[in-house]
Design a protein around this ligand. Structure first.
Ligand SMILES: [Zn+2]
Length: 91
């Protein structure tokens, strides 16, 4: 996380990772959730077509996990843990 802050300390992105950041680094955006066992694979090019290069991955994650049974859990420790296992590797 330290590296991310150093890379981008400017403007409106608020430190968020954007789809544009994935261009040339990944073909597929993988998402997995330990809590509900879901696993998805999303072509980066299609995500950019749908959300634009400036789309925030965190917002998109919120959308695709909206139906996760753990998403609305009141218990923080039992909440949906969907995340992108590739991100630390490519950024
Ligand atoms: Zn989940």
């Amino acid at each position: 996380m330290q590296a991310l802050a150093a890379v981008d300390s400017n403007d409106a992105r608020d430190g968020a990772i954007l789809f544009g950041d994935l261009i040339g680094k990944l073909d597929d955006r993988r998402v997995s959730c330990d809590k509900c066992g879901r696993f998805g694979r999303y072509p980066v090019q299609r995500l950019i077509n749908d959300h634009g290069r400036d789309g925030k991955i965190v917002d998109w994650l919120d959308q695709i996990t909206a139906d996760c049974p753990k998403k609305s859990s009141r218990s923080w420790s039992n909440r949906c843990g969907a995340r992108c296992p590739d991100l630390p590797r490519v950024l």
